[in-house]
Each structure stands twice: as structure tokens, then as C-alpha cells.
Design a protein around this ligand. Structure first.
Ligand SMILES: NC(=O)c1ccc[n+]([C@@H]2O[C@H](COP(=O)([O-])OP(=O)(O)OC[C@H]3O[C@@H](n4cnc5c(N)ncnc54)[C@H](OP(=O)(O)O)[C@@H]3O)[C@@H](O)[C@H]2O)c1
Length: 317
């Protein structure tokens, strides 16, 4: 196991358990304040179409719940992550908020995301859901709030979008965007409200490179975020071409995939329960991929969704 594979090793020994909940509710991984000066915090940022900024890579948080989730999140923030994904649907806004409140990192450095769950697309329900998200996080506001899925058969996503616009005007959320929206859904939002989402978070990895979707985003000033960026546990990371490129650069296959996102201006949101993997995944700004290497990964595209959820039909309430 090398420092390259686990660059977190350069930070020295792991911090000891510290309880910030009190009693027996201790968790591992609270960072040493010196770690907050880690060069990894120098992650580049993109300016969104509303003038706010987000880091070029973030942390997926699905299944990060409870004390163990808070511990992983505090450790990730200490390692340099400043963009956290989350969702009402993940039942982890409490853990994400607790980590942000207790990590000791200035609040303004951190971009916290949540998403509107499908059952609350109707206007008043959507506003109440955003208010509830803010309460669950225990923060004054949420930095980026997305509509999780368009649910076109239910047909209320424009109403939900108007609710998010109002929540932004009230200061409950800073930036608003969507997730899993197809160009036809994005067109409708722009046509009917005049407000273009700052972000669209979509399934995106070398087996689903989303070239046309991203071209649409670029043409409309929407930043692309990638969910399942390293393909979960599908075997994507074992693709021989990725292994070859990784060997040529002295990095890991996962780092090659994440760098491919960075080269394309896409914000990947890898998730890992492993502190070493989290640091490895953040360490993708010290090398570049050549255009033909980027193209080789894009050529792995299979033109079908790995996880089966088609935004045209998927219903997640
Ligand atoms: N908007 C949406 O509809 C939507 C849908 C799905 C997901 N998401 C978001 O996207 C995030 C990421 O997607 P995901 O969690 O589905 O999948 P992912 O990040 O592509 O994959 C996570 C898996 O990859 C492994 N992994 C991560 N880094 C690794 C490394 N360096 N080396 C080896 N294995 C590594 C993890 O194992 P270890 O834990 O062992 O490292 C975990 O099993 C989610 O957590 C969630 O926040 C959004």
C-alpha cells in the first residue's frame, strides 16, 4: 500500500476519537486542526451561473447516517472536502449538518447540498420540505438545493422549481439546481420560469459518459455533477484501458476516472467509507490526462444507465 494509493498517509497518524455529542456518543476521525491547512483544501472552484462557487470535487454521502456518518463526514472535511452531497431521501441531513456545525471549519468554506424528495413536488409541500431540510441540518441555510428527480409522469417539477426559486429569494437556500433532468425537462424550466438551474447532477461515469447531456449543460451555463462517478461496485474500475492509463501516470484507476471528470469540467461526487479512499479520491489535481486518454475513457460508454433509473420514467417518492 503506497502513499500514492493512500495519500492521506502523509498527514500522519489518525486522530483519536472525540465526542461532540457528549456521553458515549463518540466517533472516530475528528481532524487535527493542522489538517485543515492541508494543501488538498486548495481544490479549484467553478463559478456557477448565479455567481456562487463550488469545489471541483465533492463527497457522496448516501448511507452516511448517524454517528458513524458524522465521523466519516468530519474526517472528510478534515481531509479537504468542501462540497458535501446529501438529500432529504437519504435521511442523513442531520448527520451532514452535525458534521458541518462541529468540524471547526469556517461555515462559508463548505458547500452543503440537499435535494427535494419526489413526494413533495407540489408548491407548499416543496417549501415545507426545504424548511424541514434546513431545520434538520441545523444550519441557517443550505448552499445548494436540487430537485432530486423530475418525475415527469407526476408532472409537478415546474411547480417544485418555482418553490425553490422562492426559497432562494427568502435566503433558505443559496443556489438551486436539479438532478436527473433530461434536456426536455431543463428546456421547460427555462421556458416557463426564466431561471436556469445552476447544476444538474446526473449518473455519469466512463460507462455512461453523458456527452450530449453535458454539451447541453455547457450551452446553457449549467454545471454538471456526476453521481456514481466511480461506478459503485460494478467492476468499472477493472477496465484494462483504465488500468493502463493509471499505470502510466503512477496513480490508481479510481483517480484516473475522477481526473477524467475534472478534465471535462464535471464535478464528481465519489462516496467512500474508507478514509484512505476518500483521500485518494481527492488527490487528483497533481496530474493531467492527455486528450487521447480522456477520449479512451469516454469511448468505454455503453449508452445505457448502469443503475437502471431512466429519468423519463423513474418515480422515487
Ligand atoms: N442524484 C441522484 O439521483 C443520485 C443517485 C445515486 C447517488 N447519488 C450521490 O452520488 C454519490 C456517489 O454515488 P454512489 O455512492 O452511488 O457511487 P460511487 O461513488 O460511484 O461508488 C461508491 C463505491 O466505490 C467504492 N470506492 C470509492 N472510492 C474508491 C477507491 N478510491 N478505491 C476503491 N473503491 C472505491 C466505495 O467503496 P469503499 O466505501 O470501500 O471505499 C463504494 O463501494 C452518492 O453517495 C450520492 O451522494 C445521487
Amino acid at each position: 500500500m503506497t502513499d500514492r494509493a493512500h495519500p492521506g498517509a502523509r498527514h500522519g497518524p489518525r486522530p483519536t476519537a472525540v465526542s461532540v455529542l457528549g456521553g458515549d456518543q463518540a466517533w472516530q476521525g475528528r481532524p487535527d486542526p493542522d489538517q485543515w491547512k492541508d494543501p488538498a483544501v486548495g481544490i479549484p472552484r467553478y463559478t456557477l451561473n448565479d455567481g456562487t462557487t463550488i469545489p471541483a470535487i465533492g463527497l457522496g454521502t448516501y448511507s452516511f447516517r448517524g454517528d458513524a456518518g458524522v465521523g466519516a463526514l468530519v474526517d472528510a472535511l478534515g481531509a479537504g472536502y468542501r462540497l458535501l452531497d446529501s438529500a432529504f431521501h437519504y435521511d442523513n441531513e442531520g448527520a451532514v449538518g452535525a458534521a458541518v456545525r462541529t468540524c471547526g471549519i469556517p461555515r462559508e468554506e463548505i458547500v452543503v447540498t440537499s435535494k427535494l424528495v419526489g413526494r413533495y413536488h407540489a408548491h407548499d409541500a416543496a417549501v415545507a420540505a426545504v424548511e424541514e431540510s434546513v431545520l434538520r441540518m441545523g444550519l441557517d441555510s443550505i448552499d445548494l438545493y436540487l430537485i432530486h428527480w423530475p418525475l415527469p409522469r407526476i408532472g409537478l417539477y415546474v411547480e417544485a422549481w418555482r418553490a425553490l426559486i422562492e426559497c432562494r429569494e427568502r435566503g433558505l437556500v443559496r443556489s438551486i439546481g436539479v438532478s436527473n433532468f433530461l434536456p426536455e425537462h431543463l428546456d421547460r424550466l427555462e421556458r416557463e420560469t426564466g431561471v436556469v438551474p445552476a447544476v444538474n447532477q446526473v449518473e455519469l461515469h466512463p460507462w455512461l459518459p453523458q456527452v450530449e447531456q453535458q454539451a447541453y449543460h455547457e450551452a446553457h451555463g449549467i454545471r454538471t455533477e456526476a453521481w456514481a462517478p466511480v461506478g459503485e461496485d460494478s467492476g468499472l474500475r477493472d477496465e484494462p484501458v483504465i488500468a493502463e492509463i493509471a499505470a502510466a501516470h503512477g496513480v490508481t484507476p479510481t483517480q484516473v476516472i475522477l481526473r477524467w471528470d475534472v478534465e471535462r469540467g464535471i464535478v464528481p461526487l465519489p462516496k467512500s467509507w474508507s478514509a484512505g479512499h476518500r483521500r485518494e479520491n481527492l488527490d487528483v489535481f497533481g496530474f493531467t490526462l492527455a486528450a487521447d486518454e480522456v477520449a479512451a475513457l469516454t469511448a468505454l460508454g455503453r449508452a445505457h444507465r448502469l443503475f437502471g433509473a431512466d429519468p423519463a420514467t423513474h418515480e422515487e417518492l
